[in-house]
Design a protein around this ligand. Sequence first.
Ligand code: SF4
Length: 372
Amino acid sequence: MRDNKKKVFLKTFGCQMNVRDSEVICGLLERQGYQISDDEDKADIVIFNTCSVRQHAEDKVWSAIGRVKAKIIGIVGCMATNYRQAIFDKAPEVDFVVGTSDIAKIPLIIAEIEKHKDSFLAKKIYETDSDHREDEIYHTGFHLDKEHAFVVVSEGCENYCAYCVVPYVRGRLRSRPYSDILAEIKEDIDAGITKITLLGQNVNMYNYKEVNFIELLKLVNSVNGLKEFSFITTHPKDTTAKLFQAMNDADKLKKYLHLPVQSGSNRILKLMNRGYTREFYLDLVENYRKIVKNGTLTTDIIVGFPTETKEDFQDTYELVNNVGFDAAYIFKYSVRPHTQAASLSDDVDKKEKERRHSLILELQKRISLKKR
Ligand code: SF4
């Protein structure tokens, strides 16, 4: 008997937040009788969960759309919130566009499009205006990994770093109720999950009623059946020695910290609106290493930010050399719409960005090798 369940292929671009969103979307669709497929060519519906953090990430999506054979195509995630219905002009084959806070509506939208697909009533749908999500979407129980789960603790961000599009595509910071986060973790453990990663654009800013991030770590650490957990991402300006002490005291917490520095130049950090100095960052690192024994430390670096001079770059290079990160993710600056930096001239040329990128990459490779 032919299985008449409609097959949905969902491709995820970008960060862990998008990976978790894709799981949520798959869980919601499975509940409505759709079958999640890993074969794009055989799928009836193809959904791209997109990322807008760099031009390169968007270019990948635009070229992927052209290759889709499926009957129904959907664009969701950060590009959907960024470009809204303009996506239909650039890619007329797209049927629906759904923003980061509207993902709960995807099953109904697909049903509506399916109803009229082959008739003169066929229409395109876009939903991008919600400012928050209902917490129940996190309880579909769909996970791509049977041992590990991502758990969102906060959505959005209000730091407005000058280069970053996240506040414009994921909205204002919203901390989830800790009772709901703990309920989700317990459901995951009942489903056999033993490892958890707490997710937020800036987890340090988590605060729900009287519970801040340090208290949340204590609550999660006390959950029975949980073997190990970690968290990502922190912002240096909201990071304190108290957090490091809490990390040390939490026996189930992986002693791992991802602390994006972005630049080693105070002038560039100011232009980036990062809210800390090189000296403040180096003090944090020293404290972290003093308090969290054998803790690993990784970071993000942007090279080629507008007006970055060779001297600014040298400051970044020396900082990476002095700190000795366990790993560093290095990116070339690319202009993002709506951001403060978009008004600055992108004056570091492509070749020079690549030269700076490979210099830091080579340096970090040598440091990581030495640490092995
Ligand atoms: S902290 Fe800055 S870089 Fe990180 S998501 Fe928020 S605005 Fe973007």
